[in-house]
Ligand binder design. Structure first.
Ligand SMILES: Nc1nc2c(c(=O)[nH]1)N[C@H]1C(S)=C(S)[C@@H](COP(=O)(O)O)O[C@H]1N2
Ligand SMILES: [Mo]
Length: 409
């Protein structure tokens, strides 16, 4: 058994002292006002009444959309670089009982009817395996849910439920090989050390197809940007599934199960599914599909303006508008900007290429006299583009509507 101490966020907050903010309704007017100013334009009106800037241990202030479980998004200003610093990286949890795990006590159990040789790995074992480094975007499936029209229930994320880091770890396929994965294995399922506070909430267990588990880019990571993982991003180790939305990136990973049958839990169905055929997705998760829905898989191509907020005041003349673009792992082909509402488009300058799973920076010079509107569209390496009209779905997933902002000189 793991020797871990269980404490919720409030316990953690108390331990960390006065720097922290308590539950709802106890924040100062200044904290509330700064959070309201950070909110993405377009989120439901009521949100400003309950969000605040909150500071989790080890983190810079983030936009606190919920406290138990902790759900904190990055303000736009933290997303101006292709690598998101660890202390500015968003935090998403479904369950509020989040243990603090000591590195020395940590073990991952690998078993299941799809493996011949059940085993356990310590953090040291993991670090002794051949290590790989990969830069990859971790984006919550529900990023931008708060911008859905009509609004849908769930955490009302603005633009900041995402970040990009350099992850270091061992390949999952090497670990599965050690555990003797059988050719009959169709899925690999993952559980983390966090659990529900109320017993009737189902434990957060996620599964991926065997082919994705065996992909050379899927790793169990113990470092993020050259540091041990921050507690709230999954210390001591988490799954990293480049290209796929954050839901599969299990934090505080303690169990890997090779399966010959589909995982049947709540978090695979009905949760985290998209309507069949609505999005131009290529990655299939056949063993979990039904006639109308499929688990969410790879991210859709998307971009974000991070240099300016909508309505920003600028100096007349040349203004450099900049931001990020990313997709599900094909890589960004081009980013285009329109200053005439989408009639004509010009190519933006692409910045440093940190790999096909990473944020790709871009920039574009606009002449501003009076008012200028700037619209952005990213195209990935296989020609997929963003949409002009929301592909509405009840969970608010995959929102890649082209952004348009107005600058005033
Ligand atoms: N153990 C655990 N892992 C988890 C989750 C969780 O609730 N518990 N949430 C997932 C979801 S939905 C997302 S979007 C990412 C967020 O990663 P981050 O908190 O490191 O930003 O973690 C994933 N891994
Ligand atoms: Mo998520």
């Amino acid at each position: 058994m793991l020797a871990i101490s269980r404490r919720g966020f409030l316990g953690t907050a108390a331990a960390a002292g006065a720097a922290l903010i308590g539950g709802f309704g106890r924040f100062t007017e200044a904290q509330a006002a700064s959070a309201a100013a950070q909110l993405s334009p377009g989120v439901p009106d009521g949100i400003a009444s309950y969000v605040q800037m909150g500071t989790l241990p080890g983190k810079q202030p983030l936009i606190q959309l919920a406290d138990r479980p902790p759900n904190y998004e990055s303000p736009l200003e933290y997303l101006q670089t292709p690598i998101t610093p660890n202390d500015k990286f968003f935090v998403r949890y479904h369950l509020a009982d989040i243990p603090e795990i000591k590195a020395a006590d940590y073990k991952i159990k690998i078993d299941g009817d799809g493996a011949t040789t059940p085993m356990e790995l310590t953090l040291d074992d993991l670090k002794k395996m051949p290590a790989v480094e990969i830069v990859a975007v971790n984006q919550c499936s529900g990023n931008r849910r708060g911008l859905s029209n009509p609004h849908v229930p769930g955490v009302e994320w603005g633009y900041g439920a995402m970040g990009c880091a350099k992850w270091k770890g061992a390949r999952l396929k090497d670990i599965l090989a050690k555990a003797g994965i059988k050719k009959e294995a169709i899925e690999v399922a993952f559980n983390g050390a966090d659990g529900p506070v109320v017993d009737k909430t189902p434990d957060f267990i996620k599964s991926i197809p065997a082919w994705k588990a065996m992909d050379e880019n899927t790793i169990i990571a113990y470092e993020m940007n050259g540091q041990p993982l921050p507690h709230f991003n999954g210390f001591p180790a988490r799954l990293v599934v480049p290209g796929w939305t954050g839901t599969y990136w299990m934090k505080h990973l303690i169990h890997v199960e090779a399966r010959t049958t589909p995982q049947g839990g709540f978090w695979m169905k009905p949760a985290y599914r998209v309507p069949v055929g609505l999005f131009p997705l290529r990655d299939r998760f056949v063993t979990q599909e039904d006639a109308t829905s499929t688990p969410i898989t790879e991210m859709v191509v998307n971009s974000l303006i991070t240099s300016h907020r909508d309505g920003a005041k600028v100096k007349a003349g040349k203004v450099t508008v900049a931001g990020l673009a990313w997709d599900g792992g094909y890589g960004i082909g081009k980013v285009e900007v329109s200053t005439d509402g989408g009639k004509t488009w010009s190519s933006a300058k692409l910045g440093e290429d940190l790999g096909k799973f990473a944020f790709r920076p871009w920039s574009f010079d606009v002449q501003v006299k009076g008012k200028a509107t700037v619209m952005v569209n990213a195209t990935n390496a296989i020609g997929q583009t963003q949409v002009t009209k929301l592909l509405f779905n009840g969970a608010g997933y995959h929102n890649n509507v082209m952004q348009s902002i107005t600058l005033t000189a």
